[in-house]
Design a protein. Structure first.
Length: 123
């Protein structure tokens, strides 16, 4: 069931965000990839997803350490010179979409909207 939902979310992202470079849909606790796609041979979304799962876990630990118990992570943005890297978590924090988009061909708002629409398939 989770893999089918991940494939559907992936298909929606591919359709709605032409500037997409890579994407992975990931189990947050394990870093396992449920679905992935890349247009850049040098960027392996499965490897990146595993590292970003650790980023998510560490940020969740930081929230707990800061006693921000009523807060949850909406997304994490890493902006590079020519790329936007976004991590968007499901409401329960169990899964996330890791997305890389070409910053010269899309805006942060467009990438976030595409993610928001795709998250509906996972929740």
């Amino acid at each position: 069931m989770a893999a089918a939902a991940a494939q559907k979310a992936l298909a929606g992202l591919l359709k709605s965000l032409p500037a997409l470079v890579a994407v992975a849909i990931v189990q947050a606790d394990t870093g396992d990839t449920l679905a992935h796609h890349s247009t850049a041979g040098s960027l392996n979304p499965e490897t990146a997803a595993a590292y970003n799962a650790e980023v998510v876990r560490q940020k969740q630990k930081a929230l707990a350490a800061l006693q921000l118990t009523t807060e949850s992570i909406d997304d994490i943005l890493i902006s590079l010179t020519t790329q936007l890297h976004l991590i968007k978590l499901t409401a329960d924090g169990s899964k996330f979409i890791y997305l890389v988009a070409d910053a010269r061909q899309t805006s942060l708002a467009m990438a976030r909207e595409a993610l928001r629409n795709s998250m509906e398939e996972l929740e």
